[in-house]
Design a protein around this ligand. Structure first.
Ligand code: CS2
Ligand code: MG
Length: 402
């Protein structure tokens, strides 16, 4: 079998997605997600101009060799654009291999290790009353784990709080909007939110919180310690993670578990955090981490060090990425949790998929391959629209992580 064509499809059914579709001489096709929020066209060009010409004529069965060819062969290693492009190729080749074998991809990865993939949803609100309504709604839908984000008194717009509760979309403008931040107000407010939520909903629900890279290690240590009475499953991205040794400071002060990794793209970003057991959950996902082949390597390293998976699953990762993540989630021994932000009906229609939600779990389905496709005619109805994530400033105007 040979690869005869590969198309890069950019579509915007409410938000932008980049998808690679690989076509073989025997008519079998495979899809891979290549979406990099706010930088979509860079990956489109990388694939179209620099990768697709290298794929024509290759044997689609040689997944590892193709991965190494694109990674080592570029000479320039790592980085989100390169790794998202490699991920798209890798994911599409796993899809093809599954279809050729007549097996779901999770069977090629060793088979099921569990019956379903436990997911967490996003409850958020400006006020405590709104938050309580939202947590209750997720529990009614069957969720066992809920991420809670709250408005902070005195800050006009806070990360994670949105008007549309089911379809959160932070890339909300053709040029970046600006938000404001006060660490002091945030640290003073958040513990009271979790005290109330725990009190209202009891000990069973797993609670999570995303800090979105906004603290220093010692501030994160204070937050972790102040949240200990409420037994969180994790605080996420407490600090920007370029400095792994900074996590030692957090660890010295708190037993609140730590999750990080959604902006990582290779095993080298995560290796020290995992080897020193400075984190409890690694949140890398298929599209930004070099595909199923490379993420499996990350999860295997994590398994040796008591670190579990907690894959990123925001709306800017397409249903193709979600399908691929679910095949890994169901197969690996050290699965932790999977983030699940629902896509809009328009997006679901462009990407028909087998995976489905039931009673707190996602199930990848049993179709051969990944069980997901792109409807190219539907995709063509939604042209690319520039959209950026916000930027963030302290109250004195200093730029701060968003
Ligand atoms: C977030 C993301 O889901 C999460 O945990 O941190 O929503 C993140 O802001 C977006 O993926 C950025 O594109
Ligand atoms: Mg996050």
């Amino acid at each position: 079998m040979k690869i005869v064509d590969a198309r890069v499809i950019v579509t915007c059914p409410g938000r932008n997605f980049v998808t690679l579709k690989i076509i073989t001489d025997e008519g079998v096709t495979g899809v891979g997600d290549a979406t990099l929020n706010g930088r979509e066209l860079a990956v489109e060009s990388y694939l179209r101009d620099h990768v697709v010409p290298l794929l024509i004529g290759r044997d689609p069965a040689r997944i590892e060799d193709t991965w190494q060819y694109l990674y080592q062969g570029a000479y320039w290693r790592r980085g989100p654009v390169t790794m998202s492009a490699i991920a798209a190729v890798d994911t599409a080749l796993w899809d093809i291999k599954g279809k050729v074998a007549g097996l779901p991809v999770y069977d090629l990865l060793g088979g099921r290790s569990r019956t379903g993939v436990t997911v967490y949803g996003h409850a958020n609100g400006e006020t405590m009353d709104e938050i309580l309504v939202e947590v209750a709604r997720y529990l009614d839908l069957g969720y066992r784990a809920v991420r809670v984000q709250s408005g902070v008194p005195g800050i006009p717009r806070t990360y994670g709080v949105s008007a549309d509760k089911m379809f959160y979309e932070p890339a909300d403008a053709a040029l970046p909007t600006e938000t404001t931040w006060s660490t002091e107000r945030y640290l003073a407010h958040v513990p009271s939110v979790f005290a109330r939520v725990r009190d209202e909903f009891g000990p069973d629900v797993r609670l999570l919180h995303d800090v979105h890279h906004r603290l220093t290690p010692i501030e994160a240590a204070r937050l972790g310690r102040s949240l200990e009475p409420y037994g969180l499953t994790w605080i996420e991205d407490p600090v920007p993670a370029e400095l792994p040794e900074g996590f030692r400071i957090i660890r010295q002060h708190t037993t609140t578990p730590i999750a990080t990794g959604e902006v990582f793209n290779t095993i080298w970003d995560a290796a020290q955090l995992i080897r020193e057991q400075l984190i409890d959950y690694i949140r890398m996902t298929v599209v930004h981490s070099g595909g199923i082949t490379h993420l499996r390597r990350v999860f295997d390293l994590a398994a040796l060090h008591h670190v579990r998976s907690g894959s990123h699953g925001a709306t800017d990762l397409s249903p193709v990425c979600m399908a691929a993540a679910l095949h890994l989630d169901i197969a690996i021994p050290n699965f932790g949790l999977q983030e699940y932000m629902r896509h809009t009906p328009e997006t679901d229609a462009v990407f028909p998929h087998e995976y489905h939600y039931e009673d707190g779990y996602l199930h990848p389905g049993d179709a051969p391959g990944l069980g997901v496709d792109i409807d190219e005619a539907a995709a063509a109805r939604y042209p690319y629209a520039p959209a950026y994530l916000p930027v963030n400033r302290l109250t004195d105007g200093t730029l701060h992580p968003w």
